[in-house]
Ligand binder design. Structure first.
Ligand SMILES: Nc1ncnc2c1ncn2[C@@H]1O[C@H](COP(=O)(O)OP(=O)(O)OP(=O)(O)O)[C@@H](O)[C@H]1O
Length: 715
């Protein structure tokens, strides 16, 4: 309802144009109704008595009125074009601005396909109504009213008789309306589901291929297309029925009119001219009535579109800006979390009673196992979400009270999902940042180690980015995002796993860059790679949504707790600069549970059996059901473990990261893999094949015995 009020407001701003439009349709309709009436006078007063003077007068009135009618229609068309165009323009602007105001949960509730359908199809349907159907409806409704008035004045008995018959004309469509609405709504929802499937297929095509899910998606699409077909057919039949009913009843009405009209003429209760005028006028009123019912499916369709757009406009942002937002001071005064609890859903908390204080100019790291809440904490620091309990504040300002502009000017977040705009590299780097020069841009690109690559492209910084940067490697995208963030010169730089897609040499470069700029800026870096944050001023260790340890690297090692065990897990690997060759120390191998107790000399042999494997984001390393022939150690990167069950489909059950291992059972037994392992980003692994391992165990049977014992215990 609010949406309709808002819509009306857009139009009432243009009062004069609305007035011109209403006057023009009134004039057009009045002329259209008066023209048939002239027949009565032409036949009865001019043709029958052969009165030339009356004929000339009527003809002049008709011609003069016709000219005025043409002028009125031109004015009407102009005013309608302007008013409807302005209204649609404002509605589109408001909808777009409203979408921008929404926070992350909104974009998790509404899928891309859904929003695109609302913007494209629903807006187009509303535009059709405002530009065509509604003005036409107004005109036809006015034609019916004025026409009926005239018909009554010509012969009220005949009018009453045909009106009674006309009730039929509207009864049919009314009966069908509820059914038509349900079918239209069902069709729209089916379209939306299909759009989402296409969206998912396009975005996840790599994953779908990697997991060999094409068949499942084809079947899903086939089912949805079939659904569209059957709902489309039902919609077609309901619309046709609604459109045909009035025409059929119009035929019946003609019969009544000619029969009863003839009776009145034979009994001298009506003149021939009067009957001709009545007949012509009735035909035009009937046509208007039938047009109105033709418009009904269109209007029903638009009612659903109005509702769907209204639903979006009524959504309040989950992270709203305060009514009178405060501006943050130009100098960053540190950021803190005080007893913060937060959950993405009502029934689960991802952060529990977290307190931390980040002083200006310090370099802080959030580390911990996957899923422990590090990224969530970072998102709260940049106010993509508000805490459920507790506060997040910069200096004395609770983030809920500050203006979004001042917060975003002060703090910049770079995440692992880099989004590049459909624009040139230059535009992607500069955005609307007016205060930076070409030299600044090149300097930032150099710092992020991307300048040489860009300069090597034929069009350099004017190269266009297509498909959200899909043609660039993950590392290139990430470096552009880092350069973009540096150019904004934020006082608080929030980094979420920014080096996870980079090769070791570039990672080292970026870490050096961070070292260079620390002190001038406050940096908070979420990472699972502990080696990159050993020199951080403070490291917060997260586990299960809580901070369990904090301090500098040496202090944390002394605690002998979670940090120490994570550190040890990641240690003992060596990686070449280009990230293509990895080796493992014997001491590190000895820490793997299934190699415990094996002598160092034998472990030396085992270490030599490992080969390096690299894989790209989305690549499947191990597929559930396939024969297992290798054991893996993850040297760098993140992988997800996916389990498929017929009841639940494929579900992520764990995420492994640097230093984790999987597939050890394959060293001894030839059994199918019980899960799929897929890379979440570029990864480097060490793998050992069963055949090679078995040769070794043939020589040294104690390895096999030890391994069997430990695997037995683990299973
Ligand atoms: N948008 C979301 N909606 C619901 N749950 C979420 C959402 N984002 C993250 N989670 C869940 O919240 C928990 C914490 O996630 P978070 O990303 O903060 O962990 P993390 O420590 O950064 O892990 P990782 O290193 O794997 O990203 C996880 O269980 C995750 O599945």
């Amino acid at each position: 309802m609010n949406f309709f009020k808002a819509l009306l407001r857009y139009f009432t701003v243009y009062k004069l144009l609305c007035g011109v439009f209403l006057f023009s349709i009134f004039f057009e309709v009045a002329y259209a109704v008066a023209a048939p009436l002239s027949l009565k006078y032409l036949v009865d007063e001019a043709f029958a008595p052969k009165n030339f003077q009356v004929f000339i007068v009527i003809l002049s009135i008709l011609l003069g009125g016709g000219l005025l009618n043409i002028a009125a229609s031109a004015c009407g068309d102009y005013s309608l074009g302007r008013v409807s165009g302005e209204g649609i323009r404002q509605l589109r602007n408001e909808l777009f601005a409203h979408l921008q105001k929404q926070s992350l949960p909104f974009y998790q509730r509404y899928r891309v396909g859904d929003l695109v359908t609302r913007f494209a199809e629903d807006m187009a349907s509303i535009e059709r109504v405002i530009r065509i159907s509604l003005p036409f409806f107004l005109k036809e409704a006015l034609s019916i009213l004025l026409g009926l008035f005239m018909l009554f004045s010509i012969e009220w008995k005949l009018t009453l008789a045909v009106l009674a018959g006309s009730a039929l004309m509207f009864a049919g469509p009314r009966l069908l309306q509820g059914r038509a609405e349900a079918v239209h709504s069902g069709y729209k929802e089916a379209q939306e589901r299909f759009s989402n499937t296409i969206d998912e297929m396009a975005k996840g095509h790599k994953t779908i291929k990697g997991l060999h899910q094409q068949q499942r998606f084809r079947e899903l699409a086939r089912e949805q297309i079939h659904n569209l077909f059957s709902l489309g057919f039902k919609m077609h039949m309901t619309n046709s029925l609604m459109e045909r009913l009035p025409l059929t009843t119009l035929l019946i009405l003609n019969g009544i009119m000619i029969g009863f009209g003839g009776y009145l003429i034979f009994h001298d209760e009506m003149s021939v001219g009067g009957f001709m005028a009545f007949f012509t006028l009735f035909m035009s009123v009937g046509q208007a009535g039938s047009n109105v019912s033709f418009l009904l499916p269109n209007l029903i369709d638009s009612r659903i579109s109005f509702r769907r757009i209204g639903e979006i406009l009524e959504q309040q942002p989950d992270v709203p800006e305060a009514a009178q937002p405060a501006e943050l001071p130009a100098t960053f005064a540190g950021i803190r979390m005080e007893r913060v609890s937060f959950g993405y859903t009502e029934d689960n908390l991802q952060l529990k009673d977290v307190s931390l204080h980040i002083k200006p100019g310090t370099y802080v790291a959030f580390v911990g196992p996957s899923g422990s809440g590090k990224s969530t904490a970072l998102q709260l620091l940049s106010r993509f979400y508000d805490p459920k309990d507790g506060i997040v504040a910069i200096g004395e300002h609770d983030l809920r009270t500050v203006s979004e502009f001042s917060l975003r000017s002060l703090a910049t977040l770079v995440t692992q999902e880099t989004f590049l705009f459909h624009a040139t590299i230059r535009d992607n780097l500069l955005l609307d940042n007016k205060g930076v020069t070409e030299a600044d841009m090149i300097e930032a690109a150099k710092q992020a180690r991307i300048h040489d690559i860009i300069a090597g492209w034929p069009e350099g910084y004017d190269t266009w980015i297509h498909h959200e940067g899909g043609s660039l490697s993950g590392g290139e995208r990430q470096r552009i995002a880092i350069a973009r963030a540096l150019l904004r010169r934020p006082q608080l730089l929030l980094l979420d796993e920014v080096t996870s897609a980079l090769d070791p040499a570039t990672e080292a470069d970026i870490n050096q860059l961070l070292r260079r700029i620390r002190g001038h800026r406050t940096i908070v870096s979420v990472t699972h790679r502990l080696a990159s944050v050993v020199d951080a001023d403070t490291i917060y260790v997260f586990q299960d949504g809580r901070i369990v340890e904090s301090g500098a690297h040496p202090e944390l090692l002394q605690l002998q707790g979670l940090y120490k065990s994570l550190w040890e897990k990641q240690h003992g690997f060596h990686l070449s600069e280009d990230g293509r060759r990895a080796t493992v120390d014997v001491e590190r191998l000895a820490k793997l549970p299934f190699f415990q107790g094996i002598e160092a000399a034998l472990l030396e042999n085992i270490a030599g059996l490992f080969a390096t494997e690299t894989c790209k984001e989305g690549e499947v390393i191990v597929r559930q059901g396939d024969e297992g022939g290798k054991c893996y150690i993850l040297v760098r990167g993140k992988v997800e473990i996916l389990k498929y069950t017929p009841e639940a489909g494929e579900k992520r059950v764990a995420v492994l990261q640097d230093g984790d291992h999987f597939g050890e059972i394959a060293l001894l037994k030839d059994i199918p893999r019980n899960a799929t392992v897929r890379a979440l980003g570029p990864a480097v692994l060490l793998s050992v094949r069963r055949e090679a391992f078995l040769q070794l165990t043939a020589e040294y049977p104690q390895i096999r015995r030890t391994l069997e014992d430990t695997l037995q215990q683990r299973m």
